[in-house]
Design a protein around this ligand. Sequence first.
Ligand code: SF4
Length: 379
Amino acid sequence: MRWEAQRLDLEESSTLPGMPSIRGLLRSVQVPEFPGLTFHEVRSRSALNRVPDDSAMPFPFTINTFRGCSHSCVYCFSRKTHEWLEFDSGKDFDSQIVVKTNVVEVLRRELARPSWGREHVALGTNTDPYQRAEGRYRLMPGVIGALAESGTPFSILTKGTLLRRDIPALVEAAQQVPLGLGVSMAIWDDALHAALEPGVPTPRARLDLVRALAEAGLPCGVFLAPVLPGLTDDEASLDAALGAIAAAGATGVTVIPLHLRPGAREWFMTWLRSAHPELVPRYERLYARRAYVPAEYRTWLARRVAPLLARHGLDRQSGGAARGADDAIATGVPGDEEVGFPAGSLPTGGLPGVRPKERRAAATRPAVPAEPGEQLSLL
Ligand code: SF4
């Protein structure tokens, strides 16, 4: 494993029998409360990852508190990034979770540097910061506090309802800095959800999260993603989803079709072959040339969705974003650079937060570039 990139010191005390003893790894643990998961606790050299200047992402920095994700979405296109740690992109991605135990301490140091430009920092761009491990390690309260106290705008994208725990901290942070919150959900059928997102809270629980954020006065943009061709793109399903999202009080919504990047494609197609063999030829055609659906499908989906957005009062912005939006929504969603962010998911809201790309270069000095495989994948 390429643990050297994580090391701060030379502690080596892998406590799990059979686990390799690796420099930089503090210990590997399995605990009864989290059956099937192994946590590899590391001390990280840095917290802030710099987004490459040529990226379409509208934020210049990211933080990943974990690598690997127990939410275990079959279609997750962060899977491939686990191979940088010499784990596999399947079961290991779901169950071998790297935890940056010192991330808050390192972040506070980085934010205190005089050169820190207080630019938008995004969480949830590679793996989910509110996956199950967060219940044990409680890293996010410290991250939120450090960002807010330093005057740094930030955004969080998640499928994890554990975010509810931190609503009071987020309300407090919102008094100090611009922030954006995003929740992704798309699969409403229980059986499909269990098969494709086995570790993710149910869509209903995520709707409750959106509602709780709205009631707390916080913004929340919903990514209706991934829409699965032939499985969840029928009018009735989209209508029900958009109606529920609107009723929950989302500040915006963006509809995004499935992408199949290498690393996710193999796992998803294996599932499709066994669960829906009749759809295999269609998917092979749709994703024959690239990870994204062809323009024709994208256009077809946009046309189908447009009247539904209008019906539910979510059509005040072009491109599928949303009521309450007050300025241009940046494009460059991780994994799909062609679509925009739903209103509420970026720290804008009429306040500073998303900086024009051409101004980034001068402001990207303080943090080190991301380690290979660290970022820019998720939805
Ligand atoms: S899609 Fe998001 S929530 Fe699902 S496994 Fe990947 S990182 Fe985790």
